[in-house]
Design a protein around this ligand. Structure first.
Ligand code: DAT
Ligand code: MG
Length: 150
């Protein structure tokens, strides 16, 4: 579709397993633009707000415990169709269904330890960016854009 922004997060297991650089590398090499990034441990209330849509699920409490177990890397990436393309790069929610070559397909085994998050739609991306980056993001014009976009 169009130029978009998405919220990408490296979950506590991704941080603990030293996959931060690997995951950032894939988005950076693809040609997407880093707009914001921080290492944070925001607490349960914030994580419950992030996953509010899943509050009725049986795995919700376990999900919040897992997400609260250590710092996460919160990022905003921009680019053409980056919401859907970013989800493709992460792979299916269940690593057992994630294709090899995707982040989850290459580095994760279980759904409850799937190492990364990506917004599922433009509207939820904007909601998540507002939740995680109340301070706003960084506006800049990458000089490489002329070599990524025609
Ligand atoms: P995604 O992260 O691919 O957007 P989701 O929004 O449906 O998937 O769920 C959010 C997270 O919750 C997911 O990354 C891992 C966890 N989760 C989802 N389904 C689960 C299940 N059936 N059992 C355990 N954890 C699950
Ligand atoms: Mg989701």
């Amino acid at each position: 579709s169009t130029m978009e922004r998405t919220y990408i997060m490296i979950k506590p297991d991704g941080v603990q397993r030293n996959l931060v650089g690997e995951i950032i590398k894939r988005f950076e090499q693809k040609g997407y633009q880093l707009l914001a990034m921080k290492l944070v441990r925001p607490g349960k209330e914030h994580l419950q707000a992030h996953y509010a849509d899943l509050a009725g699920k049986g795995f919700f409490n376990g999900l919040i415990e897992y997400m609260n177990s250590g710092p996460v890397v919160a990022m905003v990436w921009g680019g053409f169709n980056v919401v859907a393309e970013g989800r493709k790069m992460l792979g299916a929610t269940k690593p057992s269904e994630s294709a090899p070559g995707t982040i989850r397909g290459d580095f994760a085994v279980e759904v409850g330890r799937n190492i990364c998050h990506g917004s599922d739609a433009v509207a939820s991306a904007e909601k998540e960016i507002a939740l995680w980056f109340k301070e706003g993001v960084c506006e800049w014009n990458p000089s490489r854009n002329a070599w990524v976009y025609e």
